[in-house]
Design a protein around this ligand. Structure first.
Ligand SMILES: [Zn+2]
Length: 335
């Protein structure tokens, strides 16, 4: 495969250009970039969950820029002109795939055809482990990061892809991935434990859209979304009424909003239940398709999953430490 050679050749070109810029800076008395910095891979990613695992695996060997930010819905996101420029300049591009970034597909395909190295981090996941929802025309559910063991496989794919583009640092990429996957295995156990602590009858997760199918399967909690797998589909009055009846029948005490989806449908559930004499509260805001603020613990993949699992367990009567898996979650009144 000539992928490695190709990436290598392009990196030499970038390093050469950087060398010229550094020389100019020297003349004006500015600081110079080291040769190491000049050789860093320029990596562009889509959603935060992908950005974070690529940063962890790349470590100091790449500059990683994510283009879909905090609280932004990837199903509806269109690449801006500025994003396209970043993608065009990238040595390597990572996206989640399985049509999560539905409106960016054309752009990503064009980049791949134009010679960019474009990888879907979900491509190494065994197709048998993907959920195929009814009526989805054979399109698997893209929300695979909700099952930590599946996302751990994506970490391996990132390590292999970076290694193929930058053989000189392959050992570092593999070591970073291996260390991180060990941490993810521990996180996976924590999520299993706290979700299992929810009383059986309350072990139902009702959210704004169907982002938690993998979470439900991996951790043993029934899931219901008001909107479908993609937020492209609008929920109707009948969907809301059906869920209200379900909440009342099962005596479910809390439902959840999501940071990247409008709250109005979830509020309609709460009001619908109230009209039938039941109090259902909003258990908090889950991080479904976007992570928390960058620079915070919740703005990392591990923090996102910890936040969700801890919030869900506590809101539904289970047992979980207030500040989560390793005491790093921000204080929140909902938790
Ligand atoms: Zn989604």
């Amino acid at each position: 495969m000539d992928m490695g050679k190709d990436c290598g050749a392009r990196r030499v070109g970038r390093a050469g250009l950087f060398g010229i810029l550094a020389a100019v800076l020297t003349c004006t008395g500015g600081s110079t970039a080291s040769a190491d910095e000049a050789r860093k891979l320029n990596v562009v990613t889509t959603v935060g969950m992908v950005t974070d695992i690529v940063r962890v695996v790349a470590g100091e060997h790449a500059e990683v820029v994510g283009i879909i930010g905090e609280g932004v819905d990837p199903h509806l996101y269109r690449a801006s002109r500025n994003d396209v420029a970043k993608l065009q300049d990238a040595d390597v591009i990572f996206y989640s795939g399985l049509l999560l970034e539905g409106r960016m597909s054309d752009t990503l395909v064009r980049m791949a055809r134009g010679g960019r190295k474009v990888f879907a981090v979900t491509e190494g996941i065994d197709a048998k482990r993907l959920i195929e929802p009814e009526g989805a025309d054979g399109h698997p559910d893209p929300h695979v990061w909700m099952d930590v063991s599946l996302w751990s496989r994506a970490v391996e794919t990132v390590a292999e892809a970076l290694s193929s583009c930058d053989e000189a640092n392959a050992a570092a990429y593999r070591a970073n991935a291996s260390r991180y996957r060990g941490e993810l295995a521990e996180l996976d156990s924590y999520v299993k434990k706290v979700i299992a602590s929810i009383p059986t009858r309350q072990r139902v997760l009702v959210t704004a859209h169907d982002a938690f199918g993998y979470f439900g399967r991996a951790y043993g909690i029934e899931v219901r979304g008001i909107q479908g797998i993609s937020t492209e589909s609008e929920a109707g009055v009948a969907d809301i009424n059906r869920l209200v009846a379900f909440l009342v029948e099962r005596d479910i005490s809390a439902v959840f909003v999501e940071s990247s989806v409008a709250e109005k449908n979830v509020r309609a559930l709460v009001e619908g239940a109230a009209a039938r004499g039941r109090t259902v509260r909003i258990g908090g805001t889950l991080l479904s398709d976007a992570m928390g603020a960058s620079g915070t613990y919740e703005g990392t993949y591990i923090g996102m999953i910890d936040h969700n699992a801890t919030l869900i367990a506590r809101a539904l009567g289970g047992e979980a430490p207030e500040r989560g898996w390793r005491g790093k979650l921000a204080e929140q009144k909902d938790r």
